[in-house]
Design a protein around this ligand. Structure first.
Ligand code: PRP
Ligand code: HPA
Ligand code: MG
Length: 175
């Protein structure tokens, strides 16, 4: 409507961005694996797609796990969260490997933010170990192992969502 201020997205409201490069992400996934190696062994890795696919591949490679399943959940349209939608559940084969409760299974996601996605998967696999690369305070209590905590008002930009681009010099008004 004319005269109304445009709605700000999460990053604009907070002004805090945490861009992560491929190198940094790979290093953080390896650091996560060092910690998980103390907890395993795991029968299988369950990736929460799509964001969990990349860390799941790296972690599974480092841990020598070759059984990988997905639980496909969508909730964010860019930075706005809507209803959680389970597009695909955990396979019967992976469920059986975890004795029906997830024991010995490793759930991997790129991050927890509000914790809604993680909570839903934990309900499906209450005895599984849940690992994320990054965690925000609201979601942190749901995660068993993570590497880096960022504040709730920070937006993490993953390398698969970003591209190198020109950045104007500070004196020309760049933030
Ligand atoms: O803790 P929450 O507030 O639930 O947010 C965390 C979830 O949000 C993102 O997934 P998204 O729903 O954007 O789907 P994507 O992985 O396909 O990008 C991210 O990959 C986590 O799975
Ligand atoms: O900070 C974030 N970055 C990218 N995707 C997300 N999904 C929830 N929070 C985030
Ligand atoms: Mg996700």
């Amino acid at each position: 409507m004319a005269g109304e201020a445009p709605e700000l997205n999460a990053q604009e409201k907070a002004g805090k961005a945490f861009p992560v490069s491929w190198d940094q992400f790979h290093r953080d996934c390896r650091a996560l694996t060092w910690r998980l190696n103390e907890v395993g062994p795991f029968h299988a890795v369950i990736a929460i797609t799509r964001g969990g696919l990349v860390p799941a591949a790296i972690v599974a490679r480092e841990l020598g796990v070759r059984v990988i399943d997905t639980v496909c959940i969508a909730s964010y349209d860019h930075d706005k969260q809507g209803e959680l939608q389970v597009l695909k559940g955990i396979s019967e084969q992976a469920m059986n490997l975890g004795g029906g409760t997830g024991k010995g299974l490793l759930i991997v996601d790129d991050l927890v933010d509000t914790g809604k996605t993680g909570r839903l998967v934990r309900e499906m696999l209450p005895d599984a170990h849940f690992a994320t690369v990054y965690a925000k305070p609201k979601g942190r209590p749901l995660v068993d192992t993570f590497i880096t905590e960022v504040s709730q008002d920070t937006w993490i930009f993953f390398p698969w969502d970003t591209a190198l681009s020109y950045h104007p010099p500070l004196r020309d008004g760049a933030a």
